[in-house]
Design a protein. Sequence first.
Length: 79
Amino acid sequence: MKAEARELYVFTTDHFEKDIQRIKPDCVAPLMAVRQTVNKAMDKYIKDYCEAGSKKEDIFSQEDFLEVSNKIYDEIITR
């Protein structure tokens, strides 16, 4: 996992822990719910830590987003 993906993973799991805990393996679309949560985390990260006008794509790549989403999804499925 690259540094950006690791940063996004830690930020997401720290700041959106309750959202992640609400996602159950047997819900209709758990991967979609995880991706929505990671997307919210990216927005909050940009707002909190980046200068005005920064875009998500400038900080996190699509690969970072997918890697973090898949890792959180795998953790939900196996818990």
